[in-house]
Design a protein around this ligand. Structure first.
Ligand code: ATP
Length: 140
């Protein structure tokens, strides 16, 4: 059995992670799932959340995931995500600005019918997840 897993996290814009890791825990649509080397193969959708993995030195690393799919093979995990950022690459000021914008849109909704509430709520959820990750609140 392989002693490590190759983890690839890819977005339409770039390769965010490409490394050999010891474990992966990802935000599956039906709940978080963990992968160790030799895991049974499966495919699943991912929801907005944080993925974490233990790198080859045993350090836990966090990655923001904006929905996508995961393909799990015994020796490889491939994540295709709409957007993804390593914790250290999250721009906290940008996420806070997105939070304020989305909150203000949702507050305006009661007065202006053209504000897309679902879109604003989704933007709010993304910003909250990014802020939690970037400010180190995401610890399991
Ligand atoms: P914003 O309104 O700030 O663009 P958003 O949630 O609409 O936020 P996304 O559509 O999820 O942004 O992402 C668009 C691109 O911008 C992606 O490449 C994503 O990785 C990047 N991105 C978005 N927000 C941040 C952030 N706070 N820090 C770093 N990269 C970000």
């Amino acid at each position: 059995m392989a002693a490590s897993i190759k983890l690839e996290i890819v977005t339409p814009e770039r390769v965010v992670v490409d490394e050999s890791v010891r474990t992966v825990v990802a935000p599956g649509l039906l709940g978080e799932f963990g992968v160790l080397p030799g895991h049974t193969s499966f495919l699943t959708a991912l929801k907005l959340g944080a993925l974490r993995y233990e790198n080859s030195s045993g350090k836990t690393c966090y990655v923001f995931i904006r929905e996508g799919f995961a393909e799990v093979l015994p020796d490889k995990v491939t994540i295709l995500a709409e957007a993804a950022e390593r914790r250290k690459d999250i721009d906290l000021a940008r996420a806070e600005a997105a939070y304020q914008r989305a909150k203000e849109r949702m507050e305006r909704k009661s007065r202006e019918a053209e504000v897309d509430f679902a879109r604003a709520r989704a933007a709010l959820s993304r910003s909250i997840q990014r802020i939690r990750l970037a400010s180190g609140e995401e610890r399991h």
